[in-house]
Design a binder for this molecule. Structure first.
Ligand SMILES: [Zn+2]
Length: 507
């Protein structure tokens, strides 16, 4: 048999549609943009696929699949990954889409495309940007298979399912199986091309946008569902099960949890299992995530956590301004509360390019007076004047220019770009030791729990008001009633409309 050629690429960004900030090409360039031989080298054993983020992710997994299955030439295109943010500008989206097409053309004949997407991307002027990316690729590929991996926070839709041949989601939350998912998806694709399997698929869409408790895969509410998927895959006819728990802040009118099952030449089994998993997911809809306390109560918790503070620190998740879910990172609300909490040594980030411009010429050690926030999203992030000492200024790759302000007990890290405070290195790299703080603010919803393991003894979530609040999604418009915002008694009628089996009633 002739050697197979499979092109591989990534275009990934998770969009918070409520953010007024647009994602531009520069955001991808700043975070992660590799191509050709460099991308290929990064994805090999011993390489670093996503520097600063992950040693091995989906594309390294795909390369493992290529090595394991044999007889395949992996053809690198490019990998573009940006921090979650507002929608892609029309220009940014068009540039990435056109590059995918151009690089596929330049790659010469290939048998398939392996593509890493997030699954919850919005772009200006595009109703279904990720389906549109695949449609553009098909102008070169025709009907050759397109295998896609997605985050389990993706929003599946009829358009996506129709556009893509294989869809495989992460199976962990917080996510730690990127490479494994890439490898499994890659192996199914290669075996399909070799005629060893014949993938058949089914999916279901639930009118459910929030439930499942904390949605952590190994905690009691969701653990039985993730275990069930693993168990189902022991049957050799079951190639892959996915459960999507949605990115709540996406502008996607048919948003909802969904299930997707790939079987080997067993379409009825796929239908049956997609249905079973949908019922299980519907069964945990009333387990709500915990209500997060406001700043006063959250800081009282930090004060009470004496032992945690003595042997490490307390992470304070700014749940209303989670950059990891696409918020701008400009919120002053928690900063204000920490300024007033003069008995607690704390570190916090804030994004303010204007303040960076204003103080960049000031020598370190001098006093500065600045007004934070009120620039990107003034309605949600009102201006906050502060006065303190400029401790440090330094250029960084991921966050642009960074300045550290000493505001008394609070050390504030002002960033030019998105302050993705998710790892201890965010503070350590600017000279702040997390172990010396009573509380450090993170702008990550789940992943920080893993990264801060050696430092924090307690995590406290705090709610102020911002685009990553669960109920902020009420500002978006949905085509169907969705749980828990509306009373919904059954998922099947809405699923059938969403899958196009029955027409939507005229409005
Ligand atoms: Zn996710």
């Amino acid at each position: 048999m002739a050697r197979l050629r499979i092109a591989y690429a990534r275009i990934a960004q998770e969009t918070n549609a409520l953010s007024p900030v647009r994602t531009e090409l520069a955001d991808f360039e700043r975070t992660h943009l590799f191509a050709g031989a460099e991308l290929h080298a990064n994805c090999q054993k011993g390489g670093y696929e996503a520097p600063g983020f992950l040693k091995n992710a989906e594309l390294s997994g795909f390369i493992r699949a290529v090595e394991a299955e044999g007889g395949v030439e992996a053809v690198p295109l490019f990998s573009a990954w940006a921090v979650p943010n507002g929608p892609l500008s029309a220009e940014c989206f068009a540039t990435l889409r056109d590059r995918l097409v151009a690089e596929l053309e330049a790659a010469g004949p290939v048998d398939a495309l392996f593509l890493v997407l997030h699954g919850a991307m919005n772009a200006d002027g595009q109703a279904e940007p990720e389906a549109a990316l695949v449609a553009a690729a098909r102008t070169v590929l025709g009907d050759k298979p397109v295998a896609v991996t997605m985050d389990l926070h993706a929003n599946l839709s009829r358009e996506k399912v129709a556009a893509m041949d294989l869809i495989c989601a992460y199976r962990t939350n917080p996510h730690r199986d990127h490479a494994k998912v890439g490898e499994r998806c890659g192996r199914i694709l290669i075996r399909q091309l070799k005629g060893q399997v014949r993938p058949t698929r089914a999916w279901r869409s639930l009118p459910l946008i929030l439930g499942g408790g904390t949605t952590v895969d190994f905690l009691p509410t969701m653990r039985p569902l993730f275990r069930r998927m693993k168990q189902l895959e022991k049957d050799p006819r079951v190639l892959y099960c996915s459960l999507f728990m949605v990115h709540l802040w996406n502008d996607s009118p048919e948003i909802g949890w969904s299930t997707h099952v790939i079987t080997d030449d067993a379409p009825e089994l796929a239908e049956q299992l997609a249905e079973e998993l949908a019922d299980l997911a519907w069964g945990v809809r009333d387990v709500m995530p915990p209500e997060f306390p406001g700043p006063a109560e959250a800081l009282a918790k930090v004060r009470r956590a004496r032992l945690a503070r003595a042997i490490g620190t307390v992470t304070l998740c700014d749940a209303s301004d989670v950059v990891g879910t696409g918020a701008a990172g400009e919120s002053p609300h928690l900063v204000k509360a920490l300024l007033e909490a003069t008995d607690l040594v704390s570190y916090a980030p804030i994004r303010d390019a204007g303040v960076i411009d204003q103080i960049w010429g000031t020598p370190e050690g001098e006093r500065v007076q600045v007004t934070l926030a009120g620039k990107l999203d003034p309605a949600r992030n009102p201006p906050l004047p502060v006065e303190g000492t400029l401790l440090r200024k330094l250029p960084t790759e991921p966050f642009g220019r960074v300045a550290v302000l000493d505001l008394g007990a609070l050390k504030l890290v002002v960033t030019e770009g998105q302050p993705l405070a998710m790892k201890p290195a965010f503070y350590k790299d600017v000279g702040l030791d997390p172990m010396k703080a009573d509380a450090v603010v993170v702008k990550s919803l789940f992943p920080f729990l893993l990264y801060f393991l050696p430092y924090h003894r307690r995590a406290v979530y705090v709610r102020t008001q911002g685009v990553s609040d669960f109920d902020a999604a009420r500002e978006l418009s949905f085509l169907d009633p969705v749980h828990p915002f509306d009373p919904v008694t059954a998922w099947r009628p809405i699923d059938r409309m969403r899958r196009g089996l029955v027409p939507r009633p005229a409005a």
